[in-house]
Design a binder for this molecule. Sequence first.
Ligand code: GUN
Length: 293
Amino acid sequence: MPAEILDGKAIAKQIQAETKQKVANFVAAGGPQPKLAAVLVGEDPASQVYVRNKERACKRAGIDSELVRMPGDTTTEQLLEKVNQLNADSAVSGILVQLPLPDQIDARLVLDTVDPNKDVDAFHPHNVGLISQGRHRFLPCTPHGIVQMLKRYNIETTGKNVCVIGRSDIVGKPMAMMLSGYGIGLGGEFANATVTLCHSRTADLPSTVAQADIVVAAIGRPKFVTADMLKPGAVVVDVGINRTDDGLVGDVDFDAAMQVASYVTPVPGGVGPLTVTMLLENTLAAAIQQHDA
Ligand code: GUN
């Protein structure tokens, strides 16, 4: 029997409707309109699409958004000045600096300059530290979207073997922290799994993947995960978005995985819509935290 498709688009729609209601309740109770400021440096086509999707999603949820466009030859100092302006602007609840940034910019310094209270990507080291200790201020959007999807499909994580492939700061590392975390009293976002974090130097990746009940592929290599690597009945979450001659392709060989796995996320329409969705949740959370402070 082929696997069931994990419909990220449908889950995103459900969560966005909930966020919209929460925003309306917050504003009706006298809270300020939550507002996201997104900073886009340069003309990277994929980034333009992502930022446009974020703006549209904000509008649907009743969240204000401002797109700050800066030219591709912007200097680090100019970008820092803009970030500091947004930090000081009390109407801005959340700040997102779209990655990747052009090479001349010190991206680390820029991300470290975003006020941790407005850091809706959860990239600031202060926020990363809080996540590692299970007392998060914000959860990073893509890993949080994945946990939400697993929860809403009633996929058990406690005691399961999870293989995360890819150790990026944006997905792999926070995903491993959240899935291995102690899941009581944290709203179920920390999942009590036994996690193996694999990467390019992992000695025998196929044998590690073969033991996993849940595989999260986030390495940016088209169709890297093949059916022969997977344990029959595994849950396969594909974070990859690779632009190839055949169009958009994930990190998993989707057709092959469908024959072996129990659940598979498609690309597109799997994890992607959830990333934007959890950004809205974080922007609302930021507005609430600032209002309560
Ligand atoms: N570029 C690709 N993914 C992301 C993300 O989650 N946040 C930001 N700021 N930039 C990205």
